[in-house]
Design a protein. Structure first.
Length: 369
């Protein structure tokens, strides 16, 4: 009599968490608003941030927490009326009762759910895009002052030093001429550095015209493949429907060429450099000078496979003379920040293990009347 072999029992799959548990575990304060504008759900972080329970918000409404002229109420109304996602950064939010907070506010539509909105708060004003833009503009201004001073005080005497070394070399033997040749080469190196710094001294507003951003990037790629990036792989992921940007072609080429050169130097040999463009509808920041919300929907990314800049200089990456590269001058990214700032845009760096993204956000060219 044979006995059937025992079949091992299958391990029981772990039970999936309830959607409510996932919702409440989200760290960002979030509200789910129905088509009637009332609160359908509020997670635990929202209850803490707004200092009101979900039950009370469902009974009395979320809008009653803010004054009538609150930018939060305006953003929700705009998103509902325009049927688009809206993001506003570095808002000063006032609550009824006098409490104030600074946060990014995002209003997004739910896919396939007409009229439903998700209202999210990101209370992270210290690292907001607007603060980074302000720091980049300050870095550019300091670079202009340093460059103007050095160009005036150093560049003129260099020609005299170089000429004297040449004359001295003609009267010396071969061994001594090698030393004068060293002096000449070092003078030329310093002069080249000063030439690069002079790019910061021109404070005149750039001449802007309508430019095809893909034509600019195509020219940058051609220059890179013919020179410093000839051993790299270049990939492109473009949105062909992008409208033109209001920019200066030469300045944009210079900025993107600096970013691509940095990406090549940071990547392993034979690595890939990816260039992407996208349209981010509803992406807006608040201008510090006027308080008006500025739309920056055109996104350009330069992505490499390197480890990115060290964390120790992450907060000063776009300041002049800050560099982690041996022998680096620290002027490349400062010049990028100046060019992007002159165009009314923002540049930021997103560093991840094995992947570094430099992201530039630019305004579009105004439509002709």
């Amino acid at each position: 009599m044979t006995t059937a072999a025992a079949v091992p029992a299958r391990p029981r799959a772990a039970a999936l968490p309830h959607p409510t548990d996932i919702w409440n575990a989200l760290p960002a304060p979030m509200l789910l608003l129905g088509p009637d504008g009332r609160v359908a759900l509020a997670n635990s972080a929202a209850e803490t941030f707004l200092n009101v329970s979900q039950t009370l918000m469902m009974e009395k409404g979320w809008a009653q927490l803010f004054p009538e002229d609150s930018p939060v109420r305006a953003l929700v109304d705009e998103a509902r009326a325009s049927r688009t996602d809206i993001a506003a950064y570095d808002l000063v939010i006032e609550f009824l009762g006098g409490r104030r907070a600074r946060a990014d506010v995002l209003v997004g539509r739910l896919p396939d759910q007409d009229g439903w909105l998700a209202l999210s708060f990101q209370p992270r004003a210290v690292t907001s895009l607007v603060d980074r833009q302000k720091g980049q503009q300050g870095a550019a201004r300091s670079a202009e002052g340093v460059a103007a001073m050095l160009a005036h005080e150093i560049k003129n005497p260099l020609s005299g030093i170089r000429g004297a070394a040449q004359l001295l070399g003609e009267a010396l033997d071969q061994d001594s001429r090698e030393l004068t040749g060293l002096i000449i080469s070092e003078v030329d190196r310093v002069r080249a550095l000063i030439d690069r710094m002079e790019g910061f001294t021109d404070t005149r507003p750039p001449s802007l015209t309508q430019e095809n951003i893909h034509a600019v990037l195509g020219h940058v790629r051609m220059l890179a493949e013919a020179g410093f990036g000839k051993d790299m792989q270049f990939r492109e992921r473009y949105d062909p429907s992008l409208p033109p940007v209001l920019g200066n072609r030469d300045a944009l080429i210079q900025a993107f060429l600096n970013l691509v050169k940095n990406a090549v130097e940071a990547s392993p040999p034979g690595g890939a450099i990816t260039l992407t463009t996208a349209f981010r509808q509803g992406f807006r920041v608040r201008a510090h000078a006027t308080g008006a919300r500025i739309s920056l929907p055109l996104e350009v990314c330069v992505i490499d496979e390197g480890e990115g800049p060290p964390q120790t200089i992450a907060d000063h990456l776009f300041e002049p003379f800050v560099s982690a590269k041996p022998g680096g001058t620290g002027l490349g990214l400062a010049l990028v920040a100046k060019v992007v700032g002159d165009h009314g845009g923002i540049v930021e760096c997103d560093r991840q293990p094995g992947r570094t993204v430099f992201r530039i956000l630019l305004p579009l060219a105004p439509e002709p009347r």
